[in-house]
Design a binder for this molecule. Sequence first.
Ligand SMILES: O=C(O)CCC(=O)C(=O)O
Length: 278
Amino acid sequence: MSARLSDAEVKQFRDEGYVCPVPVMDAAEARTLRAELEAFEATQGGKLEPAQRNKSHLLFKWLDDLIRDARVLDPVEQLIGPDILCWNTLFWIKEAGSESFVSWHQDTRYWGLSSNQVVTCWLALSPASRESGCMRVMPGTHVGDVMEHEDRYDENNMLTRGQEITHGLDEAKAVYMPLQTGQMSIHNYRLAHTSGPNTSGDRRIGVSMHFMPPDTGQIVGDWDSAALVRGTDPYGNFEHAPQIARDFDEAAVAFHVRATQANRDILYADAAHNTEKV
Ligand SMILES: O=C(O)CCC(=O)C(=O)O
């Protein structure tokens, strides 16, 4: 399966801030990854703990492999160049029939990253449809000033502080990004995006992978980490995360504790509450 983007897709990404769908693997392979995830969840009552959602490539070998997989990185390289760091991975799981949603937001507002070139690849491990609460984006919002956000702390909001863009969005211009199992979307992290509840009978399971060029700096936290997944890093702004040899590798688990704590410090830096969602 080739995930090379066409010239038109690269242009769309530059002009509108997103491209979707990008084929990564067939549905059967994606279902194998889902089965691995769910087998792990079953060992602890059927769900990931909040910290296990975050920087999860340090825990699960299949995910560490995925952030280094050419089928993911080739299109990313077309968009941000040959030297690539993976800053984070995050699971986005909406249970069947759940009210979980994601309010309109721009990730650039919260991640403390200096670059405009950070991209999110969001891979579907189950169907992401309008019914199951796929993402919706506002084309073109990746350029210009970051929009005003308000922390609303809605319990069903999957975002750390229920942050929400307060004005300046015309919902009529929003675009849905439905994905079949094994496809991904790619968006610039400055792009405003949202998603609704899952009214389907299956879990909506996605994993996002956040890639950036190595000239990116961390401007909120004193220390941060990222995995060098392609090329070289002449800047050294992030401590390199280890490549893991097996699930829950002891050294990587210790690194995960440090890395997720640093990540929480950044995400909640100016928040009124720590909602412990990651
Ligand atoms: O999974 C979702 O619905 C939202 C994901 C998201 O906000 C992101 O990947 O940046």
